[in-house]
Design a binder for this molecule. Structure first.
Ligand code: KG4
Ligand code: ZN
Length: 381
């Protein structure tokens, strides 16, 4: 028997027909689902989600997110169970981290109550593991098969990960400052857009309507391009957000949000092209390095999952489809609904952990606001 930090690897008979209730509450989405884990593949019986509306606040306020989860989660679970004939639950899964401590705590506590009441195991799940395993739900764990790469792009994370098994993840590229979703949201706000999913608003805004001609030098310089080892395999997005006021002043477009729509659309398009070009360049660099160090054999295809909220972006998707790569890439883009935070991904990651015999402290789990994927599943600092 192996031991890994808080986790114990148990040898157990594989029981592959059971019902799973999963909860995701790491940020501002209260999401719950019911999965029927059948030997032929998992079947999603129900999924419900309620997102806090922070449009007026211009950002997520942790105490408001907590109040939202406290208000929403229990009724969501209650109604879902009621409307599905109160099925017998065999396994409960909930996000343990990373995320907002109070939001995570709200979901974990509901999950613990359910696990106690049903007298079943509780699997606390790493949120990013959920994102990267999502495509495997739809193929009954057949594809992508290990090892595979994931580009995780969300409001809190931007990283390229090499996963060798459910418990082994190497972060190849990470952001040195803020996440791409955070930068995109800030830029969208500077461009006068409003809504609860600003990246999505920007994506849609840029795709529909007339576009003005803007100067060629109104662009967003690529960060971390100097040939210095520390920065060559890293992402950086902070300057995309901070450059907006300088651009508007330099080109006489102040205040930016009051400019005609075609001008704002042209700037938005350029921003999206430049920010996703940065992600593509670093991904290509990492792929080249994997070939150079022998991790990947030249010519041997590798699966690349693109997940997290920003993976829904149309410009990023086309950039990855034409990515320069030393090896053929099999791209996996989860359906838009499963790119943003959801409970299906937590239920499925919990199933993969459970079936691999990984059981952790469950009922005693404490939220982990910070939890590097590379240190999963052993205890974090
Ligand atoms: O994964 P996610 O739902 O939550 C986090 O774990 O952060 O990602 C949310 C992020 C937000 O920044 C949102 O604006 C962004 O994903 N997003 C998009 C798109 N849809 C959502 N960004 C760019 N284009 C989209 N279509
Ligand atoms: Zn997420």
């Amino acid at each position: 028997m192996l031991r890994l930090g808080r986790y114990r690897y148990l040898r157990r008979p594989l029981c592959r027909s059971y019902k799973v209730l999963a909860i995701e509450s790491s940020c501002d989405d209260s999401a719950v689902c019911l999965i029927d884990r059948l030997p032929s593949g998992p079947k999603l019986l129900d999924h419900r989600k309620s997102t806090l509306n922070s449009a007026k606040e211009g950002g997520i306020i942790p105490i408001d997110a907590l109040a939202h989860h406290l208000q929403q989660l229990a009724p969501l679970v209650h109604d879902m169970l009621e409307e599905n004939g109160r099925p017998k639950i065999d396994l409960v899964c909930a996000t343990q981290g990373p995320g907002m401590f109070s939001s995570l705590a709200a979901g974990l506590q509901v999950a613990k109550g359910l696990a106690v009441a049903y007298n079943v195991p509780l699997v606390p799940v790493h949120h990013m593991l959920g994102h990267l395993l999502t495509p495997r739900f739809f193929t009954n764990a057949q594809s992508p098969s290990y090892p595979f790469l994931s580009l995780l792009v969300s409001g809190g994370h931007t990283m390229l990960v090499l996963s060798e098994s459910v418990t082994s993840h190497r972060v190849l590229v990470d952001t040195i400052d803020i996440a791409v979703g955070n930068a995109v949201d800030k830029c969208a706000r500077s461009l006068g857009l409003v809504g609860i999913m600003l990246g999505k608003e920007l994506d849609e805004f840029c795709r529909t309507g007339p576009v003005a001609e803007i100067p060629a030098d109104l662009n967003f310089p690529l960060p971390l391009e100097k040939r210095n080892a520390a920065s060559s395999l890293a992402f950086s997005f902070a300057h995309y957000a901070s450059i907006m006021p300088r651009i508007s002043k330099k080109f006489g477009l102040d205040p930016l949000e009051d400019q005609p729509e075609p001008v704002r659309r042209a700037i938005g398009q350029r921003l999206q092209a430049d920010i996703f070009h940065h992600i593509s360049r670093k991904t290509t660099k990492a792929l080249n390095q994997l070939v150079e160090d022998g991790t990947l054999a030249k010519g041997q295809p590798i699966d690349l999952v693109c997940a997290g909220g920003v993976a829904a972006n149309s410009v990023l998707r086309s950039a990855l489809e034409t990515l320069k790569s030393p090896v053929p890439l099999n791209l996996h883009f989860p359906h838009l609904q499963w790119c943003t935070d959801n409970a299906l991904m937590i239920g499925w990651a919990g199933i993969e952990m459970y079936e691999a015999g990984i059981v952790n402290s469950g009922l005693a789990a404490v939220p982990l606001a910070k939890w590097p994927l590379s240190s999963f599943p052993s205890e974090t600092a």
